[in-house]
Ligand binder design. Structure first.
Ligand code: YH5
Length: 278
């Protein structure tokens, strides 16, 4: 798959490091901000560190999907994300992924060298399909039930795996109808996005089902609330739980793991490879 100027195979799993450029992140609490302003040098340093540790992708997000988070305007989201894309795109050997649902940001980030559009709303916003297609970039289509503010209130499915599967086919069709290509699509079941623990675990067990059409699979499990509930851990104490989930996902065929703790995840993958696990 071709991501801007880089071509990747998915013969072995890849790490996507999370770079939150929101002041109110759930998982790492605005650590790139000083006095409510994004510190570009801190952002660059954090990205460099993740690349050194083994990240193939850096996922930059400027919108918090945390329930109760303030909605961010298009201008604000672009102001947060674009300077970071510009700064790290030029100086780092990594694929820049843009975690956004905003068409204008997709276009502008692509112009600055971004290589992947990662949309938790699977290009459902007005104009997003067209914007994504026009960039020519691969897209990650994530499943979510409901919307961020209320999605965890009462998640409900007849059959979570089949419903996510059908959603993937529908969104990929929409992308193709807008002029996109199936071989530019990555699927993500969207762990924790309108799912209870049982739903999340069912999806994890059934990952192979989603690989039937040949699309790579991305998973985001790192530090999520499921770990907090199952193990009774606060967000800063979820590393071991995150690693266990990452390993389980990779054994089930995940191609990209989106994580906060790149070095620990890289060690996990390396050791598993030495052991001949994959
Ligand atoms: C994802 O799964 N997730 S943002 C709550 C947490 C910890 C982490 C309470 N963007 C995904 O990471 N993009 C996010 O603890 C994503 N897949 C894709 N493709 C949420 C997040 C998090 C939320």
């Amino acid at each position: 798959m071709k991501f801007a100027d880089k071509t990747l195979d998915f013969d072995s799993p890849r790490i996507m490091g999370v770079l939150n450029v929101t002041p109110d992140s759930f998982s790492d609490g605005g650590k790139l901000f000083s006095q409510n302003k994004l510190d570009l040098d801190k952002a660059l340093y954090a990205a460099e560190k993740m690349v050194r540790e083994g990240a193939t992708f850096i996922d930059i997000g400027g919108e918090s999907t945390r329930p109760g988070a303030a909605e961010v305007s298009v201008a604000e989201e672009c102001d947060r994300v674009l300077p970071v894309v510009e700064k790290i795109g030029a100086s780092l050997d990594a694929i820049i992924s843009i975690d956004t649902s905003t068409p204008q940001l997709m276009r502008e980030a692509a112009g600055l060298g971004a290589g992947l559009i990662n949309d938790v709303r699977a290009l459902s916003r007005e104009g997003a399909l067209q914007a994504a297609v026009e960039t020519g970039l691969p897209v990650c289509l994530m499943h979510m039930q409901g919307k961020p503010a209320t999605m965890q209130a009462q998640p409900q499915y007849e059959n979570v795996v089949e419903e996510v599967f059908v959603y993937f086919q529908q969104r990929m069709q929409a992308f193709v109808s807008a002029g996109g290509r199936e071989d530019k699509v990555i699927f993500d079941p969207g762990f924790g996005f309108g799912k209870n623990d049982t739903h999340n675990l069912d999806l994890l067990k059934s990952l192979p089902r989603f690989k039937e059409g040949g699309q790579p699979i991305l998973v985001g499990l790192s530090r999520k609330s499921m770990i907090g509930r199952l193990l009774g851990r606060d967000v800063e104490d979820r590393l071991a739980g995150s690693l266990a989930l990452a390993l389980a996902a990779i054994k089930k065929g995940a191609d990209i793991v989106r994580v906060h703790d790149v070095q620990a995840t890289a060690d996990l993958l390396e050791m598993s490879k030495i052991l001949g696990e994959f």
